[in-house]
Ligand binder design. Structure first.
Ligand code: NAP
Ligand code: 3JN
Length: 343
């Protein structure tokens, strides 16, 4: 049995942090001590772990002395502020924010795709954006088999991607509308109930949003393929859990839909759901609460020689965030790539 570890979860009261705690428990990760961390707003709150109630502590530079591992999901600001102190204390950080993803020396990892990037890490490892994770899980087998020249993706992202407040906002707006009350929009600039917003994160000078550019840059880094052309449109939809993506790829060499199905059926982390004769295709309601990325609607593009179209759905809070981070930690444990903790 592997050594038990002292593990912090920074952002433990949030949508992702709660799922991280649940995932550590559900996968029987070797935790000796769990340290839930959040902001001063959470003083007095607690977290349930393996039948115990553990009080939340306030995240600070001193939170990590003597700890082995910290899973961060408190946002990019706190990650930038506190992850270096954790790493310096010998506590390896798996960070869910965008703070470190594009730093050249920081591995950006999806275990099914590029686990080798973890070798020689220097104390901080970045977890990609949820929309990128499910896309690269689905595209990696295709990329390895025939190469990819270009990707055009449109996302349909659940409100849980914005956090706990957005989950509550969608729920409240639906109730208000069904009770003939005026819904209030606080989290998003417009109503999200019974609506779609082509706007995730902030707009950039090139007209794309930051979320869209995360998909472009992270995909290239993870696949180690700076030549791949990527264009993304990210859309928020009134779904609680599960991001859906329409992905169009132009491959270097021809791949038929049947060949793609054969590859994806065998690929790690994927469940092929692709039988239109029985109305079977991936849906958010089926992906929610599951670990696998669902892939279906695979078809040849009728407008382009080497074009292939897929519909890819995954639980954004599990594989898109908490599960991916815990899977990274599992590899670090298995390979013995966690340094001895100090302090
Ligand atoms: P959330 O539900 O709003 O939760 C935010 C968590 O961060 C809460 O625990 C909050 O503590 C804590 N926090 C915020 N500011 C803090 C500070 N200054 N010091 C300490 N703790 C602080 O948001 P979420 O959906 O869980 O997302 C949290 C972060 O995870 C995001 O900002 C993003 O960086 C990352 N994320 C990544 C993905 C991905 O695609 N991989 C997906 C979703 C989120 P309090 O309760 O005390 O305020
Ligand atoms: O909107 C989604 O569906 C995913 C959101 C991710 C997110 C939300 C707030 C801040 C991120 C992220 O992971 O890129 C960040 C961030 O860290 O920049």
């Amino acid at each position: 049995m592997s050594k038990k570890l002292k593990v912090a979860v920074a952002g433990a009261t949030g949508a992702v942090g709660r799922e991280m705690v649940k995932t550590l428990e559900g996968r029987d990760f070797p935790v000796e001590t769990l340290v839930p961390l959040a902001s001063e707003r959470s003083i007095g709150k607690s977290v349930e772990f393996r039948g115990k109630t553990i009080p939340v502590q306030v995240l600070s530079e001193n939170s990590f002395n003597g700890l082995d591992l910290a899973l961060f999901s408190a946002g990019a600001g706190p990650s930038r502020q506190f992850a270096p102190a954790a790493a310096k204390a010998g506590c390896t950080v798996v960070d869910n924010s965008s703070a470190w993803r594009m730093e050249p020396d920081i591995p950006l990892v999806v275990p099914e795709v590029n686990p080798h990037a973890l070798r020689g890490h220097t104390g901080i490892i970045a977890n990609p954006n949820c929309s990128t994770i499910q896309m690269v899980v689905a595209l990696k087998p295709i990329y390895d088999a025939v190469g990819i020249r270009r990707i055009v993706v449109s996302t349909y992202q659940a409100v849980s991607g914005t956090g706990q407040k957005a989950i509550e906002e969608l729920s409240r707006q639906v109730q208000d509308l069904l009770s003939m009350k005026d819904p209030e929009a606080k989290v998003y600039p417009h109503r999200i109930a019974f609506n779609c917003l082509p706007h995730i994160d902030v707009f950039q000078e090139n007209g794309y949003t930051k979320e869209e550019m995360k998909m472009v840059n992270e995909t290239r880094k993870i696949l180690e393929a700076p030549h791949i052309l990527v264009s993304a449109t990210t859309v928020r939809v009134p779904v609680f859990y599960g991001h859906s993506e329409s992905i169009w790829v132009e491959t270097e060499k021809k791949l038929t839909p049947d060949q793609a199905r054969d590859l994806l059926r065998e690929a790690p982390g994927i469940r092929l759901v692709d039988d239109v004769s029985k109305n079977q295709y991936p849906m958010a309601i089926d992906a929610a609460g599951r670990d696998e990325t669902l892939v279906g609607r695979i078809r040849e593009d009728i407008s382009c020689e080497n074009g292939l179209v897929l519909w890819v759905v995954s639980d954004n809070i599990r594989k898109g965030a908490a599960l991916n981070a815990v899977q990274i930690a599992e590899i670090l444990v298995e390979k013995g790539w966690l340094p001895p903790s100090r302090g």
